[in-house]
Design a protein around this ligand. Structure first.
Ligand code: AP5
Length: 231
């Protein structure tokens, strides 16, 4: 499986990536997670990225492309990958095509996860993350269960909110998606890679939609299928 999950902030890319990792045994490559990791370690790259991330802007292409190049060259990515949050503009998409051609691992599909704007906003303002295990919850759609949700987590986990999930920053992130990331839709459609999934449904239904969409990509067909999936 070599796919891109393309979608606005809060469309469920991270949630679905986790399910795909379990089902297919290929790594999730999330530029957001790689960048947050660098920020929390206080590396030079992290310090450079922090201001852009906190303001809801994109981190510069050179930084992100350098990170992706290193990550996709690791051994586990040879068997496949789920790109989550990358690429995010045309320059990144073109650089990815070149890199994957060099590595001999072309994309099979790009899955666009479509979600209504109002729902995106609610998902993002409601997202909370367990400080102990990193598991993602949502105060509206999937509150943390009690007693503890994980072996190493305390009964009342400390739930944190991402700094960029504050209302004013969410507006900027959605605007950046509209202006810079949406042009990837015609770009990937023209390459015959685009599959569109209705991601306004519950997590399991969305997962089934992605699985169906991805299968049509792996077969190399420009196939169109029902059940909320379009190409
Ligand atoms: P990144 O971490 O990639 O954030 P994002 O794209 O804005 O996406 P999110 O992580 O917010 O949402 P998601 O789609 O993964 O949704 P999730 O599954 O968590 O990027 C952060 C920042 O890093 C960027 O703003 C930028 O600064 C920088 N950056 C990253 N990549 C970059 C790049 N390539 N170039 C330049 N800069 C880059 O779900 C959200 C919530 O909804 C959760 O609470 C979840 O539980 C809930 N939920 C999920 N699915 C459902 C469902 N089906 N039903 C109900 N609730 C659901």
């Amino acid at each position: 499986m070599r796919i891109v999950l393309l979608g606005a902030p809060g469309s469920g890319k991270g949630t679905q990536s986790q399910l795909l990792v379990k089902a297919h045994g290929v790594p999730q490559v999330s530029t957001g997670d790689l960048l947050r990791n660098a920020v929390s370690k206080g590396t030079e790259l992290g310090l450079r990225a922090k201001a852009a991330m906190d303001g809801g802007k994109l981190v510069d292409d050179a930084t992100v492309l350098g990170m992706i190049r290193e990550r996709l060259k690791l051994a586990d990515a040879a068997k496949g990958f789920i790109l989550d949050g990358f690429p995010r503009n045309i320059a990144q998409a073109e650089a990815l095509q070149t890199l994957l051609a060099e590595l001999g691992t072309p994309l099979e599909s790009v899955v666009l996860m479509n979600v209504d704007l109002k729902i995106l906003f609610k998902r993002l303002t409601g997202r909370r993350i367990c400080q102990d295990c990193g598991r993602v919850f949502n105060v509206y759609t999937s509150p943390p269960p009690s007693p503890p949700h994980g072996a190493n987590c305390v009964a009342a986990p400390k739930l944190i909110q991402r700094p960029d999930d504050k209302e004013d920053v969410i507006g900027e992130r959605l605007a950046v998606f509209e202006a810079l990331t949406k042009p990837l839709i015609p770009y990937y459609r023209s390459l015959g890679l685009l599959r569109i999934v209705d991601a306004d449904a519950d997590v399991d239904t969305v997962f089934k939609g992605i699985e169906t969409a991805v299968q049509s990509g792996a077969l190399g067909a420009g196939a169109r299928s029902g059940g909320g999936i379009r190409g």
